[in-house]
Design a protein around this ligand. Structure first.
Ligand code: PLP
Length: 432
């Protein structure tokens, strides 16, 4: 009899012949076309460490890390065990009685986040964490204006989308929330010109992720902190992508000793097991909750299954020194990738980043897709950044081994050679 889970028996030796068609028929036909064009027609089956395994048993080194989710690698044993343990108690909370797992995560975050960041509000995703931070900033300051940066990515719910910096994702949904100003990322002059006593908050990624892995000039975050403080605006650090060690410090704001008023986390806080998000704030920001404790809530936010895993995810980062691993592996990987770029200038123009958050800028539009596809067919997963299609980002699990990174560099060299031979730089943009 046919097994409805695996469709085994439909085509011997090829158990999932039609998943992409089924995805197209019931979910997103447009995205299915892109997947087909890229040759991405396999389904995932399992994973361990930095390796993702598809249903046909092919193994990939996952250098996109689920867009930054798999900081601990796939199915880290301690995190799988934390989830299992919690399932024997309560996965969700009554929300009438207190849940110890949720409080423990808040305590741990208060301990590991910089300065006097103390209070946590839990969500289920990054965009919800940003949404909460924007609301809290308005409530705490009594001001409305929000300042963000071009190229920023903060999520796709109405508020987070309004402070993101790419028109393509915003236009069909206007009007978004109002009173938002965008300035050039990395420029303190641009920020200073817009700041005033009507500004509730400035929201910044310490390194722009989806904008193309843009590392700001030294002193930018510290300068933004000084300028916001001077006019009574809050500073929101969106560490949804950079948080928990990826950049070689537990939080990327630590590189400049900055304590933001609100810090957003998600992605890797899930341990790659259960979705979760958090916004952590300084005591002064939380005062408005005293007036109306239920003014912002989430049914599933802070559920014990997610928070039990998240707390263990933080402990794993500390116990296994994943922060040091990001620093050491990044220090080896970045120059190795830059060497490849030097050898294939028609394919790669620059490679930049910090720790294991690396962006490879391709030499022209169109090269990115070809390079991604060539890498994929050599067993390496690397994906575009949302707001800059010329940049392939590498966000490998921090548990990735040196021999695996050596393989990534070798495969990149082969892929770059294959793409260089296509002479895509000679194809006019309109023909691509
Ligand atoms: N903020 C940053 C910096 C992100 O990189 C992302 C997602 O890529 C988000 C927010 C949104 O997170 P989510 O997709 O979980 O809503």
């Amino acid at each position: 009899m046919e097994n409805p889970e695996t469709r085994e028996g439909l085509t011997p030796g090829w158990p999932y012949p039609d998943w992409l068609d089924r995805f197209a028929a019931t979910m997103n036909p447009g995205l299915a076309r892109v997947f087909r064009f890229m040759g991405l027609d396999e389904v995932e089956a399992t994973g361990a460490g930095a390796e993702l395994v598809d249903a046909a048993g092919r193994r990939f080194l996952d250098c996109s890390g689920g867009y930054g989710v798999f900081l601990h690698g796939y199915r880290h044993p301690r995190l799988v065990e934390a989830a299992r343990r919690q399932l024997d108690h309560l996965a969700m909370s009554s929300r009438v009685l207190l849940n110890p797992r949720t409080i423990e995560l808040a305590e741990l975050l208060a301990e590991v986040t910089p300065g006097d960041l103390t209070y946590s509000f839990f969500t289920n995703s990054g965009t919800e964490a940003v949404e909460a931070a924007l609301k809290f900033a308005r409530a705490a300051t009594g001001r409305t204006r929000l300042i963000s940066t071009w190229g920023a990515f903060h999520g796709k719910s109405m508020g987070a989308l309004a402070v993101s910096g790419r028109a393509l994702y915003q236009e069909p949904f206007r009007p978004l929330i109002g009173d938002v100003t965008h300035v050039a990322y990395g420029s303190l002059d641009a920020l200073e010109q817009e700041l005033g006593d009507d500004v509730a908050a400035v929201i910044l990624e310490p390194i722009q992720g989806e904008g193309g892995v843009i590392v700001p000039p030294d002193g930018y975050l510290a300068g933004a902190r000084r300028l916001t403080e001077a006019c009574g605006a809050l500073l929101i650090a969106d560490e949804v992508q950079t948080g928990l060690g990826r950049t070689g410090d537990l939080f990327a704001v630590n590189h400049e000793g900055v304590v933001p008023d609100l810090l957003c986390l998600s992605k890797s806080l899930s341990g790659g097991i259960v979705p979760v998000g958090a916004v952590v704030g300084r005591p002064g920001v939380w005062e408005f909750f005293n007036e109306a404790p239920l003014i912002h809530t989430s049914t599933f936010g802070g559920n014990p299954l997610a928070t039990a895993v998240a707390a263990e995810a933080i402990r794993v980062v500390l116990d296994e020194d994943l922060v040091g691993a990001a620093r050491r592996q990044g220090a080896w990987l970045l120059p190795a990738l830059q060497d490849v770029a030097r050898d294939y200038p028609t394919v790669l123009s620059t490679v930049r980043g910090r720790g294991l958050m690396i962006g490879m800028e391709t030499a022209s539009t169109g090269v990115g897709g070809a390079l991604m596809s060539e890498l994929f067919h050599r067993g390496v997963v690397a994906v575009y950044t949302y707001n800059n299609e010329r940049v392939l980002r590498l966000l490998p699990p921090l548990v990735i081994r040196r021999d695996q990174l050596e393989l990534v560099v070798d495969r990149l060299r082969e892929a770059a050679a294959a793409v260089a031979a296509m002479h895509l730089e000679e194809v006019p943009d309109a023909a691509r």
